[in-house]
Design a protein around this ligand. Structure first.
Ligand code: ADP
Ligand code: ADP
Ligand code: ZN
Length: 212
């Protein structure tokens, strides 16, 4: 089962990907996490992408496609994978199709723009594994520490309100068209992302007809 999680920044893609990866026993692939790791490790890729990410702009398609194609070709993706935050442009979606990366369901997690800022100001992410928490809606068991790996939680620089506004504009201008693209292919499933995390999760499982 190959899935795409689509949705505005802060819609809950990472949070749901983490639940689904356990429930479906397939890896979740977050381009955002991969790029942040590249920056932290000071790789060439990291140097190329840092400025775009800091500004809340999209990283060029070519850079994204290479890392995704390489990742989905790994043996652990043989039974399926969850793409979190990719594709984000029509060109990326078309290139995945052209490269024969088969997608079964595209889940669009729907959240009003007005709810996003509060999510982002409360978001804390693990500096080691990328897991996402919220100080009110989804706090870690011990303050500042990742439940999954014990890593230190941090605030993402691009979660500052000005950058979040820019990222929302980018979502509406460049990513939202993917709903039409996958809708026409009959693969789009809409899920209400404004409800509690567990309820959104149940709706996703229903939408993909997964029994867990
Ligand atoms: P969020 O989950 O809050 O939407 P991500 O971690 O997915 O944020 O992405 C953070 C940043 O990484 C984006 O603003 C963009 O600069 C870059 N990025 C991640 N995935 C992609 C992609 N598929 N195409 C282009 N840029 C991307
Ligand atoms: P994305 O990957 O789409 O950018 P995240 O999964 O990181 O989004 O979620 C953004 C923030 O909102 C995080 O702080 C997360 O804990 C919180 N969050 C996710 N889903 C919900 C929800 N259904 N209700 C309230 N807060 C949520
Ligand atoms: Zn962690």
């Amino acid at each position: 089962m190959n899935l795409i999680l689509l949705g505005a920044p802060g819609a809950g893609k990472g949070t749901q990907a983490e639940l689904l990866t356990k429930q479906l026993n397939i890896p979740s692939i977050s381009t955002g996490n991969m790029l942040r790791e590249a920056i932290a490790n000071g790789t060439d890729l990291g140097k190329q992408v840092k400025q775009y990410m800091d500004e809340g702009a999209l990283v060029p398609d070519e850079l994204i496609l290479d890392i995704v194609a390489e990742r989905v070709a790994q043996p652990d993706c043989a039974n399926g994978f969850i793409l979190d935050g990719v594709p984000r442009t029509l060109a990326q979606a078309e290139a995945l199709e052209a490269r024969g990366v088969k997608i079964d369901h595209v889940i669009s997690i729907e959240v009003e723009d007005s709810a996003i800022e509060g999510r982002m100001t409360g978001r804390r992410v693990c500096s080691k594994c990328g897991a996402s928490y919220h100080i009110v809606a989804n706090p870690p068991k011990a303050e500042g520490i990742c439940d999954l790996c014990g890593g230190e939680l941090m605030i993402r620089k691009d979660d500052a309100p000005e950058t979040v506004r820019k990222r929302l504009q980018v979502y509406h201008a460049s990513t939202e068209v993917l709903k039409d693209f996958y809708g026409k292919l009959g693969r789009l499933r809409l899920v209400n992302g404004s409800q509690a995390i567990e309820d959104a999760n149940k709706d996703i499982l229903k939408a993909i007809e997964a029994r867990v």
